[in-house]
Write a protein that binds this ligand. Structure first.
Ligand code: THU
Length: 138
C-alpha cells in the first residue's frame, strides 16, 4: 500500500489540536492508515490522576477496534508544534500488537522506521501461543 505521509501528518496535526493535556501542556496527535484503507486519528487525553493519562496511541487503538478492527499499516505522531514524535515505550507495545513488526512509523528525517526497529525482540501474542502449546503438551 502506498502511504500518503503528508495526509497522515496533516490529520495528526488536526487531532493534536483536540488533545486534552492541561497537566503536561504537551499535546500529541496521531493519524494512521489501516489495512482496509481507512484513516483513523486520536490525541492524548490526560487526567487529574497524572499517571492515568492516555497517550494518543491508546486512543488510536481504541478507534481502530471501535471502527471495525484491522491492522495498523503506518502512523504519524506529532507534538504540539507539529514535529514528528516517536511513540513512548508502552505505546510501541500497543503498535506491535495491532500493527505487527512491519508497521511503519514516520521519523523526523522525513523517513520511517518499522515497529520491529522500535521494539526489537518484542514480547507479543506469539509468546502466549507458545506457552499455550507447551502447556497443552504437559
Ligand atoms: N504522549 C503521547 O500521547 N504519546 C507518546 O507516545 C508520548 C507521550 C503524551 C502522554 C502525556 O499526555 C504527554 O504526552 C506528556 O508525556
Amino acid at each position: 500500500m502506498d502511504i500518503e505521509w503528508d495526509v497522515l501528518r496533516r490529520e495528526a496535526v488536526t487531532a493534536m489540536g483536540k488533545a486534552y493535556a492541561p497537566y503536561s501542556n504537551y499535546p500529541v496527535g496521531v493519524a494512521a492508515v489501516v489495512d482496509d484503507g481507512r484513516l483513523i486519528t486520536a490525541c492524548n487525553v490526560e487526567n487529574a490522576s497524572y499517571g492515568l493519562g492516555l497517550c494518543a496511541e491508546c486512543g488510536l487503538v481504541s478507534a481502530l477496534a471501535a471502527g471495525g478492527g484491522g491492522r495498523l499499516v503506518a502512523m504519524v505522531c506529532v507534538d504540539g508544534e507539529g514535529a514528528y514524535l516517536m511513540p513512548c515505550g508502552r505505546c510501541r507495545q500497543l503498535l506491535f500488537e495491532h500493527g505487527g513488526p512491519s508497521m511503519r512509523v514516520a521519523t523526523a528525517d522525513d523517513s520511517s522506521v518499522t515497529v520491529a526497529e522500535l521494539l526489537p525482540r518484542a514480547f507479543g501474542p506469539h509468546d502466549l501461543d507458545e506457552m499455550a502449546q507447551k502447556t497443552a503438551r504437559c
